[in-house]
Ligand binder design. Structure first.
Ligand code: GLU
Length: 545
């Protein structure tokens, strides 16, 4: 059986497009799944779009995303200051290189010549002005613009004379106009093109450099690519490519054209509506794992009956199939990406925390939910406060708040505040300082906030009465719990505070809302915050009073 060889063949634009990430991932998964080889090839035929340092950036981001190619360019050497387009200083790993098209020009020219010799291609001497005129006339006649093959009418002598005179020229592929070109795409199924509808593609430009089309075919062939996985936008070019394979007498790779990734309004994923660069998501705190997990599912499904959403790179490499790739365009949903980012943030945090829990108490019972939430039940309860301490310290580090002034002033209180806002921290660690603000310097109290008609506190008097009720409870909190709550991070003291409140409210035949709403509002000065019990626990008895 031939060894599977896939490639990711981006142009060096300076960043990795979200759509490019998906193409790369599917090529990577497919290679891994079949114990094959994954290749990175730089398609820099369009020198006008060249961006300095782009190849190094690509190599870097592939590494960051955990998709290091088995073959491809290697970042080494010093760039040629005099000519940044010259990428010959870069290294290569693999024995099918170089893996950068600008370093393979001669090969493309030689093969274009072969196509001319075999009658599959021809020289075209038309000037840009002539071509514009031709197109304008065709458009006016309501015809699809297409090269009219006037240079194909030149006699061999005319053509030779023009060549000898050094006149600017291109080489065009001579598409067969009397037949169909068809193939089976791994995603699309049978695809049929009419030869007469396909333009004679320029293969070699007037500057002697190849276009994407010929370079892509030559490279896929000589790099022994077995599966060419690429975006849907290249589907229309595929008959041109297949015809070149035929002309050279080569076997083409199996093609898989991936459906586009779309904005919510079904337009092509654009910079205007969404961020499209992977680098920008990373710099905004999205994890590579979450991006991979979400983007892999944009257009691929593990199969009927599967509801799995959480996938590691290994899961994906293991489970990926071409059959699972959908034909319809996939909608990019930033909310869903946020959800995955949160999920992965929880996964990574709790994986570490699980180890700490087991370390403290081998008999700990850990329950894992599908959304990665955890409950920890210790059979040795002395482990609990120690565990809370470790957990809070991990949150402190995650939020990078070791130097926060409020932490320096009252470490225990700060750690308690972190513990009760854990889910928010795991969602967006960089917002933690803002999210904790109300525990340390609440904004001035808007007294209207103490009332809430729905909770049965519709007058200032009622609110005041509820707070008086809370004052009594707070004062009665047994000294030992109060002391515990103040001095150590005992989650059991939070449970006790909750119990005392609930029991007192019940004994007085009051409703929870009418007591707890004013209490929480009075302590936080916020409409939204963590619950009343958590707030009391963070602030402690004295401050709450
Ligand atoms: N260079 C093309 C791109 O930038 C790749 C096309 C292909 O994979 O064949 O998307």
């Amino acid at each position: 059986m031939t060894q599977v060889r896939t490639r990711f063949a981006p142009s060096p634009t300076g960043y990795l497009h979200i759509g490019g990430l998906r193409t790369a991932l599917y090529s990577y998964f497919y290679a891994r799944k079949h114990q094959g080889t994954f290749i990175l090839r730089i398609e820099d035929t369009d020198q006008a779009r060249f961006v300095d340092g782009a190849v190094e950036k690509l190599i870097d981001i592939m590494k960051t995303m955990g998709m290091e190619p088995d073959e491809g360019p290697v970042a080494s050497g010093t760039p040629n200051a005099a000519n940044p387009h010259d990428l010959s200083y870069l290294g290569h790993k693999g024995d099918h290189g170089p893996y950068i098209q600008s370093l393979r020009s001669q090969m493309y020219q030689d093969h274009a010549q072969k196509l001319i010799d075999s009658g599959h291609a021809y020289y075209c001497f038309c000037t840009p002005a002539e071509l514009d005129e031709m197109r304008a006339a065709q458009t006016a006649a309501k015809l699809a613009p297409m090269y009219d093959r006037r240079c194909l009418q030149l006699t061999p002598e005319d053509s030779a004379a023009k060549l000898a005179s050094g006149m600017p020229k291109v080489i065009r592929l001579k598409m067969p106009r009397d037949r169909q070109i068809e193939f089976t795409d791994s995603v699309r199924g049978r695809v049929v093109f009419q030869g007469k509808e396909i333009d004679d593609q320029v293969l070699i430009k007037s500057d002697g450099l190849p276009t994407y089309h010929i370079a892509n075919v030559i490279d896929d062939h000589f790099m022994e690519i077995t599966h060419s996985i690429r975006g849907d936008e290249w589907l229309a070019s595929t008959p041109k490519h297949l015809y070149m394979y035929e002309a050279f007498g080569w076997t083409p790779p199996t093609y898989a054209h991936l459906p586009l990734i779309l904005n919510a309004d079904k337009s092509k994923l654009s910079k205007r509506q969404n961020d499209v660069s992977v680098e920008s998501y990373l710099s905004r705190g999205y994890s590579p794992e979450a991006l991979i997990n979400y983007i892999a599912l944009c257009g691929w499904h593990p199969g009927k009956g599967s509801e799995q959403e959480f996938f590691t790179m290994e899961d994906l490499s293991d489970q990926f199939t071409m059959e699972g790739v959908q034909k319809a365009g996939a909608i990019f949903n930033p909310d869903k990406l946020n959800w995955f980012n949160h999920l992965w943030s929880k996964y990574k945090f709790y994986e570490k925390l699980d180890k700490e829990a087991i370390n403290l108490n081998a008999g700990v019972h850990i329950t894992k939910a599908k959304n990665q939430d955890r409950t920890y039940l210790f059979d040795d309860t002395t482990a609990e406060p120690k565990f809370a301490q470790i957990r809070a310290t991990m949150l402190l580090q995650l939020a990078k708040l070791e130097n926060h002034p409020s932490y320096q002033t009252d470490k225990d209180k700060f750690l308690r505040a972190l513990l009760v806002t854990e889910d928010k921290i795991l969602q967006n660690p960089s917002a933690t300082s803002d999210n904790l603000q109300y525990f340390f310097s609440p904004r001035p109290l808007d007294h209207a906030l103490l009332m809430n008609a729905k909770m049965g506190v519709d007058t200032a008097e009622k609110a005041q009465e509820s707070l008086k009720f809370c004052q009594d409870i707070l004062e009665k909190i047994p000294a030992n719990i109060a002391a515990t709550a103040q001095s150590e991070l005992s989650p059991s003291s939070l449970g006790q505070i909750k119990q005392i409140f609930l029991d007192s409210i019940k004994a007085a035949s009051r409703k929870n809302g009418e007591i707890l709403w004013p209490l929480r509002a009075a302590l936080t000065h916020e409409e939204f915050s963590v619950g009343a019990f958590e707030t009391v626990w963070v602030l402690g008895q004295a401050e709450s009073l």
